[in-house]
Design a binder for this molecule. Structure first.
Ligand SMILES: Cc1ncc(C[n+]2csc(CCOP(=O)(O)OP(=O)(O)O)c2C)c(N)n1
Ligand SMILES: [Mg+2]
Length: 395
């Protein structure tokens, strides 16, 4: 019981998606000392810009490591399944996958609460899951169904979960950063002791609006954490072709920054914890997460024309975020190979069941075409059987 309680406290996605039961074999080995503190060094030291970096030694527990393993493996499976659903034409339109980058979503979530905000771009499925979204509502949204988190009207790029501080899901490169700074402004204005994370890519990092928003955040000491997920490519363009300085953690000039191994979930957690404390006292910070996407930019990009297969397989072998945690679990004798494989099997089943349920969800009603577009009471409404009669109400 104590273990189950602890695992729930460590915010496993499994507590949302699959009740922890005695069939979870890993609980047997964990039960003795699942909450004892383990101190683990980050893969590489943090690099910093005008700020003293946090310690490389990260405190964790066996239970927490198991949770990270499970959560990242679940995200990976969801993305691989989405790839298949896309190829089967059950997901249409844009679809950008996050496999490879899972440690950023999981490590960030481990350091914050649901009162803190996150806003991101279009590579949003796994952040949604980390914020407590269910697999069913994720797959239903991907397939444009009523049970989706945006009622099937947003699709892959527009996942939201406002009740746990997730503000989407945005398709215009960089545009979420000023919105994220606005969220931080609201938090400060309302005297909430919380912070906002605005995620953007290395491609977006060269945009003007980012610097304008950062200026305001610094000027007004807003609790804004700008997280550059540097996966080293913006569509098919390598960072060195697009950025004069690819040291994104230094690009805030007068705003401090940290460079973090974004493939190391413990490093991400440590950096986000540090950043949260820092911005509540001092105003904004930039976290550059050094990460990698295994898939192409989107489902229409095979991802192999502008980078070599050796590069991709090299990262998988050397830096994969799930394999890193698997090795830690084995090295500290927290779980055995078979237990971890069994967890992965359970996850497969869980994902398949969610997909089957999502397929049963109906498509949105045509009347939904005219909802969630304008603020209620304003805008254009249509009437009549053929909806050709329009009435405009302006503020
Ligand atoms: C304002 C704007 N310009 C261009 C695009 C087309 N576009 C979509 S994604 C993308 C690349 C962004 O790369 P990055 O910021 O590194 O994010 P990643 O896809 O690597 O996560 C571009 C140019 C867009 N959606 N919006
Ligand atoms: Mg990128």
């Amino acid at each position: 019981m104590a273990l189950l309680h602890h695992l729930n406290k460590t915010k496993s996605l499994s507590s949302v998606l699959l009740p922890l039961t005695s069939t979870h074999t890993h609980s047997r080995r964990l039960s003795s000392d699942s909450t004892k503190t383990l101190t683990i060094e980050t893969s590489v030291p943090f690099k910093s810009h005008i700020v003293e970096p946090p310690s490389r030694s990260v405190d964790t527990t066996p239970a927490e490591l198991m949770t990270y393993f499970r959560d990242m493996a679940l995200m990976r499976r969801m993305e691989i399944a989405s790839d298949s659903l896309y190829k089967a034409k059950l997901i249409r339109g844009f679809c950008h996958l996050y496999d490879g980058q899972e440690a950023v979503a999981v490590g960030m979530e481990a350091a914050i609460t649901k009162k803190d905000n996150i806003i991101t771009a279009y590579r949003d499925h796994c952040i949604y899951l980390a914020r407590g979204g269910s697999l069913l509502s994720a797959f239903a949204e991907l397939m444009g169904r009523q049970d989706g988190c945006s009622r099937g009207k947003g699709g892959s790029m527009h996942f939201y979960k406002k009740d746990s501080g997730f503000y989407g899901g945005h398709g215009i490169v960089g545009a979420q950063v000023p919105l994220g700074v606005g969220l931080a402004f609201a938090q400060k204005y309302n005297k909430e002791d919380c912070v906002s994370f605005a995620l953007y890519g290395d491609g977006a990092a060269n945009q003007g609006q980012l610097f304008e928003a950062l200026n305001m955040a610094a000027l007004w000491d807003l609790p804004a954490i700008l997280v550059c997920e540097n996966n080293h490519y913006g569509m098919g363009t390598a960072e060195w072709r697009a950025a004069k300085s690819p040291s994104y953690y230094k690009r805030g000039d007068y705003v401090p920054g940290l460079k973090v191994d974004g493939m190391d979930v413990l490093a991400v957690k440590q950096a986000c914890k540090f950043a949260k404390e820092y911005v509540l006292k001092n105003g904004p910070i930039i976290l550059e997460m050094d990460t990698y996407r295994y898939h192409g930019h989107s489902m229409s990009d095979p991802g192999s024309t502008y980078r070599t297969r050796d590069e991709i397989s090299g990262i998988r072998q050397e830096r994969d975020p799930i394999e890193r945690v698997r090795k830690l679990l084995l090295a500290h004798d927290i779980a055995g190979e078979k237990e971890l494989k069994d967890i992965e099997k359970e996850i497969r089943k869980e994902v398949d069941e969610a997909i089957a349920k999502a397929k049963e969800s109906p498509m949105p009603d045509t009347s939904e075409l005219f909802t969630n577009i304008y603020v209620k009471g304003y805008g254009v409404e249509s009437f009549g059987a053929d909806r050709k009669v329009l009435r405009t109400t302006l503020p």
